[in-house]
Design a protein around this ligand. Structure first.
Ligand code: HEM
Length: 386
C-alpha cells in the first residue's frame, strides 16, 4: 500500500528530505539550522535527560520568549486536557450525526476536518454565554489563521486590520474574566479554555501573553486535530482496503506518515556533539519527526501506508507525533480519542472516496493535507443515527 499516492511534500520539508543522505542523522541544513532526523539523536534532544537543550515547548513560546513559570504551563495543560476530556465524554453521542451533517455526501478537505472539530469543541473553546461578537472573532481567527494556507487567502493589509480588531477583543475578555476570578477569590471549575488560561496563570502575567496561550489551544485543537483527521480520511479514501483496519492503527499510521507537528525547534544549552555534528547555543536545532518516522533503519516499508504494522504495538522509539519528554503534548490522549472515534464512524458507517487536484501537502508550521474532495456513501444501515 503506497503512500506515494500523495504527491511529495514541497518547500522546507522537501529540502530536508533531499538533504537527508540516510547515513548522517544530524547535519547543518541549507535552511539555516541543524536538522535532527535520527531517532536516537531526536530522543536525546526531546527527552533532554542531560539538560542538552534549553527547556521549552513550541506551545508556550511567545513574542517575549516563553510563557511561564513551568508550574503554570503544567497546570494549564492539564486543566485544558481535563476540560476537553469531560466535553468528549458528554458529547460523544453527537459524533455520528455531526459526521453525516458536515461531511456527507461530500466535503472539501482539509477545511472540512478543521470546521468539524471547531463545531464539536465549540463550547469548550468559548462557553455559549460568552459575548456573541467573541464567538464570531474565534471563528474568524480559525478562517484567517488556522485553516491550511489561510494566510495566503487574505491580503497583508486585511490581515493586519483583522489582528487589530481580534486581539484586543480577546484581551478584553481575558481581563474581564480575571477581574471576575479575582472578585470570587480563587479559581472555580473552568467552563472553557479562556477560563483554563486565566485560572492557571500568574496574576502578574501580561494579558497579551494569556491570549497567545489561548491561541495555542485554538491551533492545537481546531488546527492539529483537524489536519490529523484530514490525513486519516485521505489515507482511508486512497487505500480502500484499509477500512477494515482498527481505527487506532489508521490514526497512528496517519500520524507516522504525516506528523502534523513535523518540526520541533530547540536551542542547545552548551557546546556539545550531537549525532556526529558539533553544535553550540548559537545553533537552532530542528528535530524533524517526519524524517524520524520514515527512518529506513527503524521502519519497514517506511513510505508506505501499512496500518497493520500497529498490530504488533509501537515498533520502537522512532515515533514522536506528540513530542517526547517533559514537554510531551498535554492533549495527546484527548486528541487521539477524538480522532479514533471519528475514524471508527467513518470506516464503519461510510465508504470514503477521495479525489484531488494533484496538489501536495501544505507545509507550514503544521503539516496539513493537500486539498481534496472526500465523497461519503452509506455503508448500509442508517449512518448518523446510531
Ligand atoms: C493531533 C493533535 C495534536 C498534536 C499532533 C499535538 C502535538 C504536540 C507536540 C508535538 C507537542 C510538543 C511540542 C514541543 O515539544 O515543542 C505538543 C505540546 C503541547 N500540546 Fe499538543 N498536539 C495536539 C493536540 C493538543 C490538544 C488537543 C491540546 C489540548 C489540551 C494540546 C495541548 C498541548 C500543550 C499544553 C502542549 C505543551 C506541553 C508542555 O510544554 O508542557 N495539544 N503538542
Amino acid at each position: 500500500m503506497e503512500s506515494s499516492r500523495t504527491k511529495p511534500a514541497g518547500g522546507p520539508l522537501a529540502l530536508l528530505r533531499a538533504e537527508f543522505d540516510r547515513t548522517h542523522d544530524v547535519w547543518r541544513s541549507a535552511m539555516g539550522g541543524v536538522c535532527v532526523a535520527g531517532p536516537e539523536a531526536a530522543r536525546a534532544v526531546m527527552g533532554n535527560g542531560h539538560a542538552a537543550v534549553a527547556e521549552t515547548s513550541d506551545f508556550y513560546r511567545n513574542r517575549h520568549g516563553v510563557f511561564g513559570p513551568r508550574s503554570a504551563q503544567v497546570a494549564i495543560g492539564r486543566a485544558g486536557r481535563d476540560l476537553i476530556c469531560r466535553h468528549l465524554d458528554a458529547r460523544r453521542a453527537d459524533l455520528p450525526g455531526l459526521v453525516a451533517e458536515r461531511l456527507a455526501p461530500c466535503a472539501q478537505w482539509p477545511d472540512a476536518g478543521n470546521l468539524l472539530v471547531l463545531r464539536h469543541l465549540r463550547d469548550v473553546l468559548l462557553h455559549p454565554d460568552a459575548p456573541a461578537h467573541l464567538h464570531r472573532t474565534v471563528e474568524a481567527i480559525v478562517a484567517r489563521a488556522v485553516l491550511a494556507g489561510a494566510r495566503g487567502r487574505h491580503s497583508p493589509p486585511s490581515r493586519l486590520l483583522f489582528r487589530r480588531r481580534a486581539l484586543p477583543a480577546l484581551r478584553a475578555e481575558m481581563s474581564a474574566r480575571r477581574k471576575r476570578l479575582g472578585s470570587r477569590g480563587g479559581p472555580s471549575e473552568p467552563r472553557d479554555l479562556v477560563d483554563v488560561v486565566v485560572g492557571g496563570s500568574d496574576p502578574a502575567a501580561e494579558t497579551g501573553d494569556l491570549v497567545e496561550v489561548y491561541l495555542s489551544f485554538l491551533f492545537a485543537t481546531v488546527g492539529s486535530i483537524g489536519f490529523a483527521l484530514g490525513w486519516s480520511v485521505h489515507l482511508l479514501g486512497t487505500h480502500p482496503n484499509s477500512a477494515a483496519a482498527e481505527p487506532s492503527w489508521t490514526v497512528r499510521e496517519a500520524l507516522r506518515l504525516w506528523p502534523v507537528a513535523w518540526l520541533f525547534a530547540r536551542t542547545p544549552s552548551r557546546e556539545q556533539e550531537l549525532g556526529g555534528t558539533w553544535v553550540t547555543p548559537r545553533d537552532r536545532l530542528m528535530v524533524c519527526s517526519y524524517l524520524v518516522h520514515r527512518h529506513p533503519a527503524h521502519w519497514e516499508r517506511p513510505d508506505e501506508f501499512v496500518p497493520q504494522r500497529w498490530a504488533r504495538g509501537v515498533p520502537d522509539g522512532a515515533y514522536l507525533p506528540f513530542g517526547l519528554g517533559a514537554h510531551t503534548c498535554a492533549g495527546a490522549t484527548v486528541a487521539v480519542r477524538l480522532l479514533e472515534d471519528l475514524v471508527a464512524i467513518l470506516s464503519r458507517d461510510w465508504r470514503v472516496s477521495v479525489t484531488h487536484d494533484g496538489g501536495g501537502p501544505q507545509v507550514g508550521p503544521a503539516l496539513a493535507p493537500p486539498r481534496f474532495t472526500a465523497a461519503l456513501s452509506p455503508n448500509g444501515g442508517c449512518p448518523g443515527r446510531r
